[in-house]
Design a protein around this ligand. Structure first.
Ligand code: IMP
Length: 389
């Protein structure tokens, strides 16, 4: 098998610039696939000065003839999907025979967003995007989730929505918003939405494995990043899916034996949105300067991103668990004007030096970064086109 089956994954807390790199690399692939997450992601692509933010459809859609697939590991808000399809159609991008969505992807229903907001109103909040991501995966793993394949038997689907809503009202009795929902209305709304997008759905695991046997090159595009992974991230301050390369298999039905490359995306400094430990976070003018020059605001929520120096302890950890074979470094130009640039090479914990990434977020909260300081390059690389330069 000579075709490229590559995963592209974020190595930090998301927002590493994955969308831009996917867009750049797309010409080398026939198919681009999203394997986890949902509309919590925001991939910003700027083409000829026009900025588009995609939340669900892979960034490869801007490259002519590329086929885009949204895999079974994702969670989909039908309304967000319809909006995105319409946005692309308006831009003259026809998705017929170019977009395929897994029937096994789980559906984000209005009650999931309500529960996300209720959870976030409590003291121990995570700082989620409130897009209903966590509650939808919660239903998936509790074995009561609703998939697009449930439309194969509408009476069962209707009943599932009724049962799920009843259950949620019983565990969140204080929520008037939940009480106002009516399961028949929810079903009718979902059915109307589904009728607009049903042509895109199929068993994409068969389709993807057919593409592999036909010799097509496939890029599996992760959302968020390794440090937000449900298993390897700073739990519980994580997203509820598996952005690391392992998630690319379970989220698509592409077997691990065919994956022959993992491209890790890393920003020249670090950012994080939402709560949770962040050892190299800067609270001073330097942090503000990085945020200002790097325009560090969330693509989905508009929230300001926390900024800090590049953390090599965390990066090494992310490289190991993803099996990274190549790295793409983004946004180094943001640091063009800095006199000094710091890299965290180790942590100090209780007067000892460690070089592994602690599993416990409260331990991670306590570590002090050990830095090596470098003189800034103080020049712009934007016109550099040769390797030696
Ligand atoms: P959720 O994915 O909305 O449940 O949010 C869980 C955590 O992941 C929060 O800290 C979010 O800020 C973070 N998060 C989710 N999606 C992204 C993203 O695309 N970029 C950066 N952080 C994200």
């Amino acid at each position: 098998m000579n075709n490229k089956i590559h995963v592209l994954a974020g190595l930090q807390w998301g927002d590493e610039g994955k969308g831009k790199i996917v867009d750049m690399l797309s010409k080398d692939y026939d198919v681009v696939v999203r394997y986890q997450g949902g509309a919590n992601a925001g991939h910003t692509i700027i083409i000829d000065g026009k900025k588009t933010v995609l939340h669900l459809i892979p960034s490869g859609i801007f490259t002519n003839n590329i086929i885009c697939v949204i895999g079974n590991g994702t969670v989909i808000d039908p309304k967000a999907l319809i909006d995105e399809i319409e946005l692309l159609n308006k831009d003259g991008i026809d998705l017929t025979d170019r977009l395929f969505i897994s029937k096994d992807a789980h559906i984000i229903l209005p009650y999931h967003k309500i529960i996300d907001a209720i959870n976030e109103s409590k003291n121990d909040k995570i700082g989620t995007t409130k897009k209903g991501i966590g509650p939808t995966y919660f239903d998936k793993y509790a074995r009561r989730g609703i998939k697009f394949s449930d439309f194969d038997d509408e009476s069962v689907l209707k009943d599932k929505i009724k049962k799920n809503l009843g259950y949620l009202i019983s565990i969140f009795p204080e929520s008037d918003e939940l009480k106002y929902l009516n399961s028949t209305d929810l079903f009718d709304e979902l059915k109307t939405q589904y009728s607009r997008i049903s042509s895109y759905f199929e068993q994409t695991h068969y389709l993807l494995n057919k593409f592999i046997s036909e010799g097509k090159n496939i890029l599996l595009e992760g959302a968020q990043g390794a440090l937000l992974d449900v298993d390897f991230g700073t739990y519980p301050y994580i997203t509820s899916s598996s952005p690391t390369s392992g998630g690319a298999c379970t989220g698509t039905g592409i077997p691990p034996t065919v994956i022959n490359g993992v491209i890790g995306i890393v920003k020249a400094y670090t950012t994080r949105v939402g709560e949770g430990p962040f050892p190299t976070e800067l609270f001073d003018e330097t942090g503000k300067e990085i945020a200002r020059i790097g325009v560090e605001f969330g693509a989905t929520t508009g929230r300001p991103r926390r900024c800090g120096w590049l953390d090599l302890v965390a990066l090494k950890y992310a490289v190991i668990i993803n099996g990274v074979t190549e790295i793409a470094l983004t946004k180094s130009d943001v640091l063009d004007t800095f006199k000094e640039i710091k890299l965290c090479t180790e942590y100090e914990l209780d007067n000892k030096i460690i070089n592994t990434f602690p599993s416990n977020p409260f331990v991670l909260q306590k570590v002090k970064p050990v830095y090596r300081t470098f003189k800034g390059w103080n020049t712009s690389f934007s016109n550099t086109s040769t390797y030696d330069n």
